[in-house]
Design a protein around this ligand. Sequence first.
Ligand SMILES: [Ca+2]
Ligand SMILES: [Ca+2]
Ligand SMILES: [Ca+2]
Length: 227
Amino acid sequence: MKLLSALFILMLAVGCTRVVSEDLGIEERGGIVAFEAEQFVKQEHTTQRAWRLTTADAVPEIQPDGDGPHVAGASGGAYLEILPDTRRTNADKLVAGENFTNEPGTMAVLSYRVRFTTPGRYHVWARVYSTGGEDNGLHVGLDGQWPESGRRWQTIKKNAWEWDSRQRTDAVHVGVPGQLYLDIPTPGEHVVQIAMREDGFELDKLLLTNDPNYVPEGTGPPARAEK
Ligand SMILES: [Ca+2]
Ligand SMILES: [Ca+2]
Ligand SMILES: [Ca+2]
């Protein structure tokens, strides 16, 4: 049902009236590709936490959460949030494998099928809405692998939809700009994956670019999805 909702929203987003199948793909052109968080083709490892869809008409009825919906300003009129959110401040108990994980690919894993024509290094930007210090970390992977360069995506921007691309390190907890990337080894289809690090994460849109100086603005370039 969630997938059907996501596909319906996608059809609205691209002004598309044809039926979009699960084969839908997203395509890189000119070294850049953007897609909605809600355009995932698969979600796995949802026993403890799962990404839930929020739209103007549908808000997940899962508690605890801790803040209201942020659909205003979301690209495509929709976003995903990892719920429930039991760790909202650092005063809440950290339970590894429940409200936090430093093991990428083990909790709330989303998959996106992306066709690349230009292999190489792609910086991973995410458009997110963070309201606390314990809802602002993700992991990024490719084709079932979770390279060091995709771990601990981090932002410290707060209380608005914001683009960022930083990697949290032991030395720099606020994240190092330019250090969160995926290396695309070959042209053709690859599966870009997003996994939970902290619950309560709100994800609107993703963007991969091979230009280290590119900074997305607003809702970013339009998401593309074609069969
Ligand atoms: Ca929340
Ligand atoms: Ca949290
Ligand atoms: Ca969105």
